[in-house]
Design a protein around this ligand. Structure first.
Ligand SMILES: Nc1ncnc2c1ncn2[C@@H]1O[C@H](COP(=O)(O)OP(=O)(O)OP(=O)(O)O)[C@@H](O)[C@H]1O
Ligand SMILES: [Mg+2]
Length: 424
C-alpha cells in the first residue's frame, strides 16, 4: 500500500485541494513524500506536472533526479526518463523550469494539472503572480515545499500567515519523519545544544528572528541538569492568562556561576503551560508536575486575586500576589540579564520558545529596535520575574547586591560540597 511508504502527514496529498503546502525544519521528508505522491499519481492516470523553483540554471538544480530515484525505489513500471523530462506511457509528463526571468515560458505552458514549487521560500511575489494564474485547468493544483526563512518572505506570508481558500498547509519537522536519518539526528542535537536560536530555525522550522530585538539574546542555553544541594531555591512563579493566554508555573534555582564575581546561573528546571484551563484543574496540573510547589512560596501575577485565593485553599497554601510598579517589566529583564547565564532544562520546551521569541518592538519604517517590550511570548518570563520578585530592585541591580551579600556563603557551601564530592 502506498500510504505505508509515506509519513502520516502526507496522506492529504492524495485528496483534491487547490493548494498543498508542506513547510518546516530540515529532514521532515517533504521532498520525498511529494515526489512519491506525484510519481504514483502520474502512473495511475495522465498528468502534466511542472516542477518549478525560483532559479534553475540546469536540470541538475531540479527535482529530476529525486523523481527518478523514487520511481526506481518504488519499482513503478512505464516511466521513461530523458535528459530534460520524465514521461509515462499513459501520457503523463514532468517538466522542469525556473520561475525567475522565465515569464514567457511559464505563461506558455498549457494544460498543467500540478505545479510543484520546491524550495519555495525563495520564490518572489512576481513569480507567484505569474505562476498562479497559469495553473488554471479545472481541478489543477499548486504544491509548495519549503524551509521558512524570514517571516516577511512572500511565500511565508502567502501560505502560512494568510493561507488562501482550499489549502492544505502543514508544518512538519524531523520528528514527523519516521525515517529521519541518524546523521541528521546527531546534527540536530548538537545545534540545539550550542545554538538554540539557530537550531529552532534550521531544525524546528521557525522563521529567523531579527536578531537585535531578542530580549534574552546570548543569555540562555538548553542544558540537561540535576539540581544541586548547594543551589539557592527552588523558587516558584506563576502567571495567569485570559482567553488565548496560558496559565504558567515555573520552578527555578540559582546556581553558583563559573566566573569570579559571577552573579550566578539561573536554572529553569520545570514549567507548566496551558491555555484555556478552568481554575479548578490548575492545582491538579501544577501539583502533578511540581508536587513541591505545595510546600514552597509560589509568587504569582497579582492581577487575579480570586484565582490566587482559590489556589491558596486548594493545594498551594503559600501562593501570594506580587507587587508591580511602573517599569517592573524592564527592571525584571535587567535583573535576569545580569545572570551569567540562564540554563533551560530540555523538558521546558515552552521556556525555550519564549527565550527565542520574547522581543523588543521594531520600528516599522527604519527597522530600529525600540526600547519597548512586545506583549507576547512573555508568560514564562513573567513567571520567572515573579518567582524572583524579592530579589528584583527597582533600580534593576538586584542580583548583584544579592550576590555581594551571599557570595561568601555560596562559595563556602560550594567548596564544602566539592570536598565532600572529592572524598567520594
Ligand atoms: N518515505 C520514505 N522512506 C524512507 N526514507 C525516507 C522517506 N521519506 C524521507 N526519508 C528519509 O528522510 C530524509 C529526509 O527526507 P527529505 O529530503 O524528503 O526531507 P525534507 O523535508 O525535504 O528536508 P529538507 O528540508 O532538507 O529539504 C531522506 O533523505 C530519506 O533518507
Ligand atoms: Mg527537501
Amino acid at each position: 500500500m502506498v500510504e505505508a511508504l509515506l509519513p502520516a502527514y502526507a496522506e492529504p496529498l492524495f485528496a483534491p485541494r487547490r493548494y498543498k503546502v508542506l513547510y518546516g525544519g530540515r529532514g521532515a521528508g517533504r521532498s520525498w513524500s511529494v515526489a512519491r505522491a506525484l510519481v504514483v499519481t502520474a502512473a495511475a492516470s495522465p498528468r502534466r506536472i511542472l516542477c518549478a523553483r525560483e532559479f534553475q540554471k540546469s536540470i541538475k538544480d531540479s527535482v529530476h533526479r529525486l523523481l527518478q530515484d523514487q520511481i526506481a525505489l518504488l519499482g513503478l513500471p512505464g516511466y521513461e526518463i530523458t535528459d530534460r523530462e520524465i514521461r509515462h506511457v499513459n501520457g503523463s509528463l514532468f517538466l522542469f523550469e525556473g520561475l525567475r526571468h522565465n515569464v514567457k515560458k511559464i505563461k506558455s505552458l498549457e494544460g498543467l494539472d500540478v505545479a510543484w514549487v520546491e524550495e519555495a521560500e525563495a520564490v518572489s511575489k512576481a513569480s507567484w503572480d505569474v505562476l498562479v494564474p497559469t495553473i488554471r485547468r479545472p481541478g489543477s493544483e499548486i504544491w509548495a515545499t519549503f524551509n521558512p526563512d524570514l517571516e516577511s518572505d512572500p511565500t511565508y506570508q502567502r501560505f502560512v500567515v494568510t493561507p488562501p481558500p482550499d489549502a492544505f498547509v502543514c508544518q512538519v519537522a524531523g520528528d514527523d519523519n519516521p525515517w529521519f536519518p541518524e546523521v541528521l539526528a546527531r546534527e540536530r542535537a548538537y545545534l540545539y545544544a550550542v545554538d538554540p536560536d539557530a537550531a529552532a530555525h534550521v531544525w524546528g522550522g521557525a522563521c529567523k528572528q531579527v536578531g537585535g530585538a531578542q530580549i534574552m539574546r546570548g543569555k540562555w542555553i538548553v542544558e540537561d541538569f540535576e539540581p544541586d544541594p548547594t543551589w539557592d531555591g527552588p523558587y516558584f512563579g506563576a502567571d495567569f492568562g485570559f482567553a488565548q493566554d496560558p496559565n504558567t508555573l515555573v520552578k527555578v534555582w540559582i546556581a553558583p556561576g563559573a566566573l569570579p564575581g559571577s552573579s550566578g546561573r539561573l536554572m529553569v528546571e520545570r514549567e507548566a503551560w496551558k491555555v484555556g484551563q478552568d481554575t479548578d484543574v490548575i492545582p491538579v496540573d501544577w501539583l502533578t508536575l511540581m508536587p513541591d510547589a505545595a510546600r514552597h512560596t509560589v509568587r504569582a501575577d497579582s492581577a487575579r486575586p480570586e484565582t490566587i485565593s482559590y489556589l491558596s485553599r486548594h493545594g498551594l497554601p503559600s501562593i501570594t500576589g506580587v507587587e508591580k510598579w511602573k517599569g517592573s517589566v524592564e527592571d525584571g529583564i535587567a535583573f535576569l540579564r545580569q545572570f551569567e547565564q540562564i540554563a533551560i532544562h530540555p523538558r521546558c520546551s515552552r521556556m525555550a520558545d519564549e527565550a527565542r521569541l520574547y522581543s523588543y518592538k521594531i520600528d516599522r519604517l527604519t527597522g530600529d529596535v525600540l526600547p519597548e517590550v512586545v506583549d507576547a511570548h512573555n508568560h514564562l518570563w513573567d513567571s520567572v520575574r515573579y518567582a524572583l520578585a524579592p530579589l528584583i530592585q527597582r533600580s534593576g541591580t538586584g542580583v548583584l547586591d544579592y550576590y555581594a551579600s551571599r557570595a561568601g556563603q555560596v562559595l563556602a557551601e560550594r567548596d564544602a560540597h566539592r570536598e565532600d564530592a572529592a572524598r567520594g
